[in-house]
Design a protein around this ligand. Structure first.
Ligand SMILES: [Zn+2]
Length: 314
């Protein structure tokens, strides 16, 4: 029903769609907290404009456990993770994607435990098989022991995960659906506290929108993003997320219609009241939209289609 409504949705350019964000999430730093019968989370002390309160490392199962997104390579965090896992046997290390706040601690965790690492591939792997896209914020060192693809199943003693490939935020982004709890560990694909960053060259808006639509066809009961609290009623949340992106696209098209041709001016016009630290990311998101519009033949770039390009409607 919601999906049918969404497909016919045409928003006026300045309308603000409301995504039901929850910014009340809080947890103690570097201590495991049980959040569901099979799920504990440990919040890393790395708050910031992209990480919210920090990276929420998930520990799934009891006795023989999986760790999802082990977090940044920080000595205090590594020590806390080690303490949290005392008495457990880590059998699986799952990584949703290769950003520095998600994957780097996998190396130390693997060293202590001998557990294999799982992921779609190295950074950029969804774009090029060997993952050659170098960019700031990317963990260029992580290479999973086991490369998983959409639909693959990872089974442990106390858990069964289905892999759901969701490129867009990064090309190698993958979510893990815990069947026993109907819970989706959705990494940065969908976040309960904010929209996610889609930054070219590795980030891709066309892929991202397709990956959001992919989640609408699933019946997960709850999402556990790596940052922030859980998302209940996730399909409605994703529908609002998708509507928000279509609204951004409409705002960009409207700006182009009004003769605004460069990304910086579009950010000033569209992202009113934005945290100045997020402006470069907003610029990249606008570029991601423009690249999709170019692909669709709706927009042309006067010179190179980069951050300093000039754009017009075709
Ligand atoms: Zn990320």
């Amino acid at each position: 029903m919601f999906r049918a409504v969404l497909l016919t949705l045409r928003l006026p350019p300045r309308a603000e769609m409301s995504i039901p964000f929850d910014r009340n999430f809080d947890a103690p730093y570097e201590r495991p907290v049980e959040v569901a019968p099979r799920i504990r989370r440990l919040l890393t002390n790395n708050p910031g404009p992209f990480t919210f309160k920090g990276t929420g490392v998930a520990i799934v199962g009891r006795g023989k456990v999986a760790v999802i997104d082990p977090g940044p390579d920080d000595p205090a965090h590594r020590e806390a993770l080690r303490n949290a896992l005392r008495g457990e046997t880590v059998t699986h290390i799952l990584v949703t994607h290769t950003h520095r706040d998600h994957s780097p601690a996998a190396r130390a965790l693997k060293e202590w435990t001998g557990a294999p690492t799982y992921g779609f591939g190295p950074h950029g792997a969804g774009k090029a098989e060997e993952g050659i896209v170098v960019e700031e914020g990317g963990d260029m060192d992580f290479v999973p022991d086991i490369r998983v693809r959409n639909g693959d199943v990872i089974a442990g003693e106390d858990f069964t995960f289905e892999c759901v490939h969701t490129p867009g935020h990064t090309s190698n982004h993958i979510c893990y659906a815990l069947k026993e709890e109907k819970a989706l560990f959705c990494g940065d694909h969908v976040m309960g506290w904010s929209t996610t960053v889609v930054a070219p060259p590795d980030g891709d808006m066309g892929d991202y929108l397709a990956s959001l639509r992919k989640l609408l066809s699933r019946d997960d009961a709850v999402y556990w993003p790596t940052h922030g609290g859980p998302i209940h009623d996730p399909q409605a949340f994703v529908a609002a997320y998708l509507a928000h992106r279509l609204e951004r696209e409409a705002q960009i098209v409207a700006a182009l219609k009004d003769g605004v041709t460069d990304i910086l001016s579009m950010v000033e016009r569209i992202y009113i009241g934005l945290d100045p630290r997020l402006k470069p990311a907003a610029g990249l998101s606008v570029l991601a939209h423009l690249l999709l519009l170019i692909k669709q033949g709706r927009v042309a770039a006067e010179n190179a289609a980069g951050l300093s390009g000039r754009f017009s409607l075709t």
